[in-house]
Design a protein around this ligand. Sequence first.
Ligand code: FAD
Length: 422
Amino acid sequence: MCFKCCLCFVQCLHKVWRFSINKIRLYIFFNIISDPCVSPWTASYGLTDEQKEFQKVAFDFAANEMAPHMAEWDQKEVFPVETMRKAAQLGFGGIYTRPEVGGSGLSRLDTSIIFEALSTGCVSTTAYISIHNMCAWMIDTFGNDEQRESFCPDLCSMEKFASYCLTEPGSGSDAASLLTSAQRKGDHYVLNGSKAFISGGGDTDVYVVMCRTGGKGAKGISCLVVEKGTPGLSFGKKERKVGWNSQPTRAVIFEDCAVPATNRLGEEGQGFNIAMKGLNGGRINIASCSLGAAHASVLLAKDHLLVRKQFGETLANNQFLQFKLAEMATKLVASRLLVREAATALQEDRADAVSLCSMAKLFVTDECFNVCNQALQMHGGYGYLKDYAVQQFVRDIRVHQILEGTNEVMRMIISRNLLTES
Ligand SMILES: Cc1cc2nc3c(=O)[nH]c(=O)nc-3n(C[C@H](O)[C@H](O)[C@H](O)COP(=O)(O)OP(=O)(O)OC[C@H]3O[C@@H](n4cnc5c(N)ncnc54)[C@H](O)[C@@H]3O)c2cc1C
């Protein structure tokens, strides 16, 4: 074959390839627009009947109890205590906590399904509920019977609310360098130091605190449960945030704060391990909240494209926007698959669980942010107005790329596990 024929052949192949890819994008687009069975809403494909049932309960709760208030909670910075207690009546206060202490005893996959659905109604509130669930699970899993019975029932009913306290002003990504000290004095620990960025801080009742009882590094860290009202426990001012405004964020300060030694979860030195075990599930939960935001944003974008007219026709007739919508739906579905795989791995305690949880958090929070941002772009100037929900989804999920371990830290965990596995 001469050079010209060769070039011609390659160009033909390229055209066929582009034609096929474009046809696939068009196919996805028309399915989203016209066929509800293949729309991104089919988050229930492959689920058991039971899972479909509580998914529906969560979607309904999101639509009826959360979505109508989401903008107001954001703008007035309301922590919707009563709504969360209603969610707890449905079993969402201790989804993966054991039933003996008031939990629902569901799996990590079940939990992800519920958080995705709830987030379509309000990401910020659902994200707080997810942190609360993580704390309840930590006490249930690492506490003794007395601790479990004392704290878990009130947490599962959301009569009491919990906060997770790891980050400090000087230790964020390098969490094992934390400095808050807990000195044993008789039957108490005396805490001194402060925690930064604590979700729920000041408004919650139970603080699961990682503090230093021993030497430097992870092995010197223990985990104590500190109750609101303990002398020496105080809070900083409420932080002003880009999103996540339906939950307060404050510093938590300990000044000679005496906590009964009976409030220690596990053994001395086990605290960092407990904190990381909590976060594995926390990362799936936060990724699931991002899924819910992307899920809602794809629908908002679809509705807008079908209604808004420019150049004499609806935006939905524009192929560029069709392709963009197709890509958004594809990213959403790929993200959901990864979250569900990670949730299953964690449930089964598989060797790849920690990496998969980190991969899910990294991939899903990045991709779902891009999906929501693209949905905002499709709304044009309207997307930038607070009357349109899409901007709130963008603002609320931006922080998912930062907290529960930044996405750079996720890369560190994944690569470290890859490079050290035998
Ligand atoms: C709204 C909100 C709520 C939060 N809620 C809680 C909570 O309830 N409980 C809690 O304990 N914490 C909470 N956090 C804290 C959160 O987990 C930390 O902000 C996060 O872990 C990052 O720590 P940092 O802010 O100190 O950033 P830093 O650790 O200072 O990092 C700054 C930047 O540098 C990057 N970086 C750092 N080290 C490396 C490295 N080695 N390689 C590459 N990049 C690196 C980071 O990824 C980041 O992009 C919350 C934060 C926010 C914003």
